[in-house]
Design a protein around this ligand. Sequence first.
Ligand SMILES: [Zn+2]
Length: 267
Amino acid sequence: MYPREIVDETFRLKAQGWTDQAIAARCGVSVQALRHWRYGTRRSTAPEARRADRTMYCPKCYSKAHVHHEAYAYVLGAYLGDGHITEGRRGVHALSIFYDNRYPQLISYCRAAVEAVFPVTVILVGRTGCSEIKAYSKHWPCVFPQHGKGHKHSRPIELEAWQSRIVNAQPEAFVRGLIHSDGCRVVNRIRRKLPRDSETHYEYPRYHFTNTSTDIIGLLTDALDLLSIAWKSHVNKNEPRYRDTTVVSISRRDAVARMDSFVGPKY
Ligand SMILES: [Zn+2]
């Protein structure tokens, strides 16, 4: 038997649009139990369930909103790396974050993180080579105030004080979001000849992050400094497709090992 408060909480979250999986994870109950309560005889009496309003989860519209810091820092990184917000009808905005289809686990990870940030229904839209993680809410411009007209590299990207506090508290999650969406881990293999016709390989893994916005580059390198992870950067002049983008590279062995401990090899 679960306490009444937990049962009521599950009804309240459902009324706010949470998926059964997200509610089950948050409240520590099984999906079967949720369905039994919903379709069985037990009924919610929580008044919040009847006048549920997602505003109470918005950090801007409701001063007491509780923001899940780790999930928020991750989704902010992913959004700044390769996401955007578009305005639809009646003030409803769509948040879209793009992930390469080669990484289905990262797609599920990001999807769960978006659900943890704000109680929305997240949909997956298949695109050529990538998937769009998409969710609708009137509150996206509050949750991610970096939303604005034009490309992110053509306007200043500055975090608000409350966002900086979260990023400074969760720099690893923020870096993870940036690298998952717009970075990569590459492995350079170098072949060495050994005596008697045999050979050996040395592998040098490194992380790259490429972006046109110097502000976003600055947010990444600030977080890396906070984590004492060594990095270098250069402006791309050679590859036409990436001309004038800034590349941050993390290649020192100890720095790569540190990144591997919380970003994880993407490939
Ligand atoms: Zn709001």
